[in-house]
Design a protein around this ligand. Structure first.
Ligand code: CDT
Length: 343
């Protein structure tokens, strides 16, 4: 039997941040749009719908918020004994409808995790940039991934610059790159990345080494930063080029499909408010399966034959036959560049 899965990449247009980034109004409006995309995807035969990074809110790391309540409103509280993300009023309507339609969901959100891992078993809260895979068959979260590569910084650049403050808001993920099976989808081997992760071959390879067949990745990538060289058009073109290079090479060198889903368009006036589109699916040969054309809510639906991964996994990228790990120590032992001494 063919191991096919019909996937919908649910690109979202902007979630406007005004007047209140985490407020009820933008959340309700965004949920309506996500539900409309889900209905459309299900009508087109999708078995899995993939939404962007931080899909429930505007991409708030473009601004430095300092009010604790305002920040808390952007996060989903979770802890080992509840609350749980599946019960979040901000996400439940989507998951409930997905379960009724028999459609799986992968979606990104801001997670506020509290457990007793503090010193002396004290309560400790950590904020992550997170994605989940929700399976309709079991009505449960099959897998969770916390973004490892956080771009940007903890402090503001000079006024007029586009800001990227993920290091201010989030802690790097602590779950590694864990592939997982989806039983109801022919035991598909899936993995998740979030935005900046797609630029790092290390994460892809960790998934590749687990035989990954389908990588799911939502993103918010800015189109223009006044502090960088080049005008809007030139920078946008470059941002799209680097996005495609990263996604294409990740799929090719790990012999897997990749579904990459944008939140696109202008979310906020001022520097850094614009996000690229370019939602795209690549196949294990590195070929583009399809790409969106707008900066709005737009679906990209494709039926993927997971067995297509086998050819590359058993030939040019047969890792067991060809990898030479005795020469790769530098990759895990060294972080920054160490140039050879001058001669
Ligand atoms: N959200 C996210 O990770 N954005 C980063 C912006 C980095 S600046 C090019 C990204 O890698 O797309």
């Amino acid at each position: 039997m063919a191991r096919t899965i019909t996937v919908a990449a649910a690109q979202m247009g902007p979630i406007k941040s005004v007047p209140n980034p985490g407020g009820k109004e933008p959340r309700d409006a965004a949920m309506k749009r996500m539900l409309a995309l889900l209905e459309d995807a299900a009508a087109k035969g999708a078995q899995l719908v993939v939404y962007p990074e931080l899909a429930l809110t505007t991409f708030f790391p473009r601004a430095m918020l300092t009010d604790a309540d305002e920040i808390a409103a952007l996060f989903e509280p979770e802890s080992p004994n509840g609350p749980s993300i599946v019960e979040s009023p901000h996400l439940k309507p989507l998951l409930d409808r997905a379960a009724a339609l028999g459609v799986d969901i992968s979606i990104g959100y801001a997670e506020r995790w509290t457990d007793d891992s503090g010193s002396d078993g004290e309560s400790k809260t950590t904020d992550y940039n997170t994605a989940i895979y929700y399976a309709a068959a079991s009505q449960s979260v099959l897998a969770k991934y916390r973004k490892v590569h956080l771009p940007g910084r903890t402090h503001l650049l000079p006024e007029g610059s586009a800001q990227q403050l993920e290091k201010y808001y989030f802690t790097p993920g602590n779950m590694g790159f864990q592939a997982f099976r989806v039983p109801a989808r022919h035991q598909a081997i899936c993995g998740m990345l979030i935005c900046n992760d797609r630029r790092w071959p290390e994460g892809w390879r960790c998934l590749g080494l687990q035989g990954v067949e389908l990588v799911l990745c939502g993103y918010n990538t800015s189109d223009y930063k006044p502090q960088d060289p080049g005008g809007v058009e030139e920078q946008t073109e470059m941002a799209l080029l680097h996005h495609h290079i990263s996604c294409q090479s990740g799929s090719y060198t790990n012999a897997c499909f990749g579904v990459h889903v944008a939140k696109a368009g202008v979310e906020a006036e001022g520097a850094g408010g614009g996000l690229i589109g370019g939602t795209v699916i690549y196949d294990p040969m590195g070929r583009k399966v399809g790409e969106t054309a707008t900066l709005d809510d737009e679906l990209l639906v494709a039926t993927l034959d997971l067995d297509m991964c086998k050819r590359q996994k058993s030939t040019i990228f047969n890792f067991a036959n060809h990898r030479r790990v005795e020469h790769y120590a530098r990759i895990i032992e060294q972080v920054g560049v160490e140039e050879p001494p001058e001669v």
